[in-house]
Design a protein around this ligand. Structure first.
Ligand SMILES: *Cc1c(COP(=O)(O)O)cnc(C)c1O
Length: 454
């Protein structure tokens, strides 16, 4: 049989509602043409992010009822520790409330003025948590990552020669090296096992610890299984484990492949570094066995970390973005190729060639998509950069929440984009009405500019 279907059935539903065209116009104006300012109840299909927006399974909800809320040494922590050992091989996980808390705790210990932290491509909170300690965050991705039409199978790979050169030049100023799987900044693109191990070897030779930003470790493992020579058909849990085996530590946002709405992990092999991180954790997040979470959250995470490695789930999951991406391409809409794991990125420069970067083409498409269909996407481009700066690419990100939307919902999104593309000449550019200096895209207000006004 050829029909692909969601590998679950639904026993709890949340109604969604499409506001009328007049309502949508009023909502957009009230929000200053910024979709972050639109109440979620006014969105019919919400593709703003895949972070913490997934649906938990019946097994996860059942596990929550077992939550042990003891302050120290709770059973829930023991169950989480068992799951983390099984999935990652790390023995003593430090739980945190989300990925950026793991980053803050780690860089409070390992960062500091004058230090340099390389990564294939830093996620924005990772970069911010490095830079707030006075350290410098450096991206070392392969050149293919910058080309939306390149079909390189592992566009998340690290530039190994660049890494070696940086370690040679900076020496002891590099406290650790990071590699993000999958590379979120590059569009959810995977890193091969070969590249991970080679990066690890470069770090070993130079005596620097190698860490993973492992938010999407299961999606990355699936891509390895599908695309890497010699890996085809191997158990995905074994591949996931080999990714972690290559690392001296990891940060994890469990809001992605932990399949929970809140939670994170900090994994460190070195006893001394883990002890120092644990002290920061106790001071700012919570005791070592709960780290700012409720016991029930730890139980949900323990189940999610194992559940995410189910091959039926991962085939469906990675198939979701591929389905949307390939249909958009077939309709003549350029996306970042190949489709990533957690999102599809539409190239707004090609969608709106009549709009220059200073008219925010990607934000203009985001606004037009909501106006036409009530769908929320996010801008990854010059509106996000702000302060008159230009992003290298103007992208509209369609992020896929896990186990939330069906094929029919996605067909609706595809239809809306194809329809919008057919009348893209009418999409008007934007100007900033007001925006804060830092992280402008969350709160800025925009207005549409008439074409003759330029
Ligand atoms: C989401 C994410 C983070 C931060 O995690 P939060 O749970 O949102 O704090 C860090 N790195 C990557 C690659 C992410 O996708």
């Amino acid at each position: 049989m050829k029909t692909e279907f969601e590998p679950f059935r639904i026993k709890m539903v949340e109604p969604i509602r499409l506001p009328s065209a007049e309502e949508r116009e009023a909502i957009l104006q009230r929000a200053g043409l910024n979709l972050f300012r639109v109440p979620a109840a006014d969105i019919v299909i919400d593709l703003l992010t895949d972070s913490g927006t997934g649906a938990m399974s019946a097994a996860q909800w059942a596990a929550m009822m077992r939550g042990d809320e003891s302050y120290a040494g709770a059973d829930s922590f023991e169950r989480l520790r068992e799951a983390v050992r099984e999935v990652t091989g790390f023995d003593e996980p430090l739980p945190t409330h989300q990925g950026r808390a793991s980053e803050r705790v780690l860089f409070e210990v390992a960062g500091g003025a004058g230090r340099v932290v390389p990564n294939n491509a830093h996620f924005d909170t990772t970069r911010a948590n490095i830079e707030r300690t006075g350290a410098r965050a450096v991206d070392l991705s392969i050149p293919e990552a910058a080309d939306p039409t390149s079909r390189h199978p592992f566009k998340g790979n690290m530039d190994l020669a660049g890494l070696d050169a940086l370690l040679a030049a900076e020496g002891a100023r590099v406290p650790l090296v990071f590699c993000t799987i999958t590379s979120n900044a590059a569009g959810g693109q995977p890193v091969s096992l070969e590249n991970l191990r080679a990066a690890r070897d470069v770090c070993r030779r130079r005596g620097v610890p190698f860490f993973l930003d492992a938010c999407r470790f299961a999606e990355n493992a699936w891509f390895i299984r599908e695309r890497e020579p010699g890996q085809r058909g191997r158990p995905v849990a074994a591949i996931a484990r080999e990714q972690f085996d290559a690392a001296d530590g990891a940060i994890v946002s469990a809001k992605k492949d932990g399949l929970v709405n809140i939670g994170g992990l900090l994994l460190v092999r070195d006893d001394d570094l883990r002890r120092r991180a644990g002290e920061v954790l106790i001071t700012t997040e919570g005791y070592l066995t709960y780290g700012g979470l409720a016991g029930r959250d730890l139980d949900a995470m323990a189940v999610g970390l194992r559940e995410v490695l189910d091959p039926d789930y991962l085939r469906y999951r990675i198939g979701t973005a591929a389905y949307v991406g390939e249909r958009l391409l077939a309709a003549g809409i350029q996306i970042v190729e190949p489709p990533g794991g957690h999102a599809v990125y539409v190239d707004a420069r090609r969608f709106c060639p009549h709009l220059p970067p200073e008219r925010f083409p990607a934000q203009a498409v985001v606004v037009a998509l909501y106006r036409l269909a009530g769908v929320r996407a996010s801008e990854v481009g010059s509106a996000m950069v702000g302060a008159g700066g230009h992003a290298p690419l103007e992208l509209v990100r369609l992020a896929m929440p896990r186990r939330v939307y069906t094929r029919a919902h996605l067909d609706y999104v595809i239809e809306a984009l194809v329809e919008l593309h057919a009348r893209r000449d009418a999409i008007r550019g934007l100007r900033v009405v007001d925006a804060p200096a830092s992280l402008p895209h969350f709160t800025a207000r925009y207005a549409e500019v008439d074409p003759e006004a330029g």
